[in-house]
Design a protein around this ligand. Structure first.
Ligand SMILES: [Cu+2]
Length: 119
């Protein structure tokens, strides 16, 4: 029985290592949720890492249509009342990129924010 132990431990270690690597990938996600409520983005600043895919979840909690526009990445999305949208893109360069709602008058009413891309 004792001779079999290394053969049992090695696959077990491999399994643990695989799990740890997967866990590490999950603890540093380039993900953010921006909620739209009462004619405003609840998060006016969102920080992500450059060179990694970003997942941006947009949640419209208002009873009317909004938009999410970020010219730097050519993103122009419309969100119906209570709709959720998921955007995926990869910012290659660091910087501060403004986003806004292009529904008439909404940007002027304060529907603006900044995506901060860090190294
Ligand atoms: Cu709006």
């Amino acid at each position: 029985m004792k001779k079999l132990r290394p053969f049992i431990i090695f696959p077990l270690l491999l399994l643990i290592l695989t799990w740890l690597l997967a866990a590490c990938g999950r603890t540093a996600p380039n993900e953010a949720t921006i909620t739209i409520k009462e004619m405003a983005f609840t998060q006016s600043e969102v920080t992500v890492k450059a060179g990694q895919p970003v997942t941006l979840r947009l949640v419209n909690r208002d009873g009317y249509t909004h938009a999410f526009d970020m010219d730097a990445f050519d993103i122009h999305t419309s969100l119906a009342a209570n709709e959720t949208a998921v955007l995926r893109f990869t910012p290659e360069e660091t910087g501060r990129y403004p986003f806004y709602c292009s529904s008439p008058g909404h940007e002027m009413a304060g529907m603006v924010g900044t995506l901060i891309v860090e190294p």
